[in-house]
Design a protein around this ligand. Structure first.
Ligand SMILES: *Cc1c(COP(=O)(O)O)cnc(C)c1O
Length: 461
């Protein structure tokens, strides 16, 4: 019941990064999940609390390029990248090589105790790669939430102010402060209060759902935000505005052009630190190194994680030198932040993105996906909106002829895709968004096949 490992299925062009000789094809040998995965799921249920959910209970044994292989020998097409993490591909060759080598040298010292070069190099590369050519500093932590939390600490310290502005549909993590910044109650906040103080939520420019239509959305939303900040908080009390340039968990909500620049200029005029949470959008995902680049946004602080290190836990806070340098010695850090294995992986990711033009790959993936999804939307009125940039693409499911969210149909489409060997994720405040985040190592024929599976699921639902 195992799949044959025909290295011939792999060509240099089809699989620019990805695991060694893993056949790039969908191949189902059992129902999904198969007997071995079901057995493991039963063990999971008695060892792990249900709070740790499971999108698709196939237990993975190998992954690379555009596929995940499970414990029953099924090979599935991956449209999730472990939530935008394995952008360069799973077990990407450069990542594997550098991590292997580092694991044999040393695995930890704590950078705050006795430092090492790779941490500094990751920070130098981030300072150079992120938008803006001003003097920057970076420091490394373990997760996206930790990066956002630290960015807020820095902004508060540097400004001496307390209020933090965040947005409807936003997602920033699961720690006390970042779950407070997050918009959605269920599942992220429900019964986890009380929340952190001095967090203020503003309307988001959500073109598909803007009451007066998408053409008015950027201008009206920005005006509402400025008005609410001025009246309710007082601009002079605001330490930071925290926003995802394209919202991730909230449903891949792409604010129309003009909204982000309006927020940036309001922040500049009022001494407010503009924090871009590029945890999901960063590192070539949207067809640029960072999504902010599309509108020439230069954030004061940018938070990165997910795609930064090919799956090793790493996150970063990068920002203006004068802000980050304001914090006293010892005020920032953590035991594992910038672990040497994760730093090696990040350096391999930066090299891979450059060597394989992965920003170009992401744009190409968008050029393949968006037209096919738009055709699908014309045929099926339940597909209310198609949106995204590069390899960060989503469809929003509604009751035909309305904009009423249809989370039930969304879940059913996802289940049918899963049963057919396509890993897709749902998202959205209303649970009615299917989001697609293929690894940029995805061979084009698998991308097309995945879209055909999706089409079949939508036609049959
Ligand atoms: C995933 C995510 C986070 C949280 O990252 P973790 O590594 O899960 O803590 C924060 N912000 C955005 C935009 C994210 O997508």
């Amino acid at each position: 019941m195992s799949i044959e490992h025909d290295a011939g299925a792999r060509t240099g062009q089809d699989q620019p990064t990805g695991g060694p000789a893993l056949p790039q094809r969908r191949h189902l040998v059992t129902e999904i999940p198969g007997p071995r995965s079901r057995e493991l799921l039963a063990r999971k249920r008695s060892a792990v609390p249900p709070g740790i959910g499971t999108t698709l209970p196939v237990f993975v044994t190998r992954a690379g390029g555009g596929v995940l292989v499970d414990a029953d020998g099924n090979s599935l097409i991956d449209f999730g990248s472990g939530i935008a993490v394995t952008t360069v591909g799973n077990a990407a060759p450069r990542v594997v090589e550098r991590v292997r080598r580092q694991a044999g040298e040393f695995t930890h010292t704590c950078f705050m105790v006795t430092p090492y070069e790779s941490y500094v190099e990751v920070c130098e590369r981030l300072n150079a790669l992120t938008p803006g050519d001003h003097e920057k500093r970076s420091f490394l932590v373990n997760s996206g939430a930790e990066a956002v939390e630290n960015a807020v600490k820095v902004a508060r310290h540097a400004t001496g102010r307390q209020a933090v502005v965040t947005f409807d549909h936003g997602y920033h993590g699961r720690t006390l402060l970042t779950m407070t910044l997050t918009a959605k109650n269920m599942p992220y906040k429900h019964r986890f209060g009380p929340f952190a103080p001095e967090v203020y939520r503003m309307p988001m420019a959500y073109p598909f759902r803007w009451p007066t239509g998408p053409e008015n959305c950027a201008e009206e939303a920005a005006a509402q935000v400025v008005d609410a900040i001025t009246k309710q908080i007082g601009a002079e009390n605001v330490a930071a505005i925290v926003i995802e340039p394209i919202q991730g968990e909230g449903g891949f909500i792409e604010p129309p052009r003009g909204f982000l620049p309006a927020l940036v200029s309001f922040a500049r005029d009022n001494g407010i630190v503009f924090i871009a949470d590029e945890v999901q959008t960063g590192f070539a995902r949207t067809g640029r190194m960072f999504a902010c680049e599309d509108e020439g946004i230069v954030p004061d602080i940018i938070c990165t994680a997910k795609g930064i290190a090919g799956g090793l836990p790493l996150a970063a806070v990068t920002g203006r030198a004068e802000l980050l340098d304001a914090v006293h010695v010892g005020g920032l850090g953590g035991t594992y932040g910038g672990n040497p294995l994760a730093c090696e992986a990040a350096l391999a990711v930066f090299d891979t993105i450059e060597a394989e033009d992965l920003t170009g790959r992401a744009r190409r993936i968008g050029e393949i996906m968006l037209p096919r999804l738009r055709t699908l939307a014309e045929r099926h009125p339940m597909v209310g909106d198609v949106r995204g940039r590069g390899a960060m693409v989503a469809i929003e499911l509604v009751r035909p002829g309305t904009k009423d969210p249809d989370p039930a149909v969304t879940g059913e489409i996802a289940r049918r895709c899963h049963a057919d060997g396509l890993v897709v994720l749902t998202a959205g405040t209303y649970g009615n968004v299917l989001r697609f985040l293929p690894p940029l190592a995805m061979p084009e024929q698998l991308l097309e096949e995945g879209l055909s599976i999706l089409e079949k699921a939508i036609s049959s639902v």
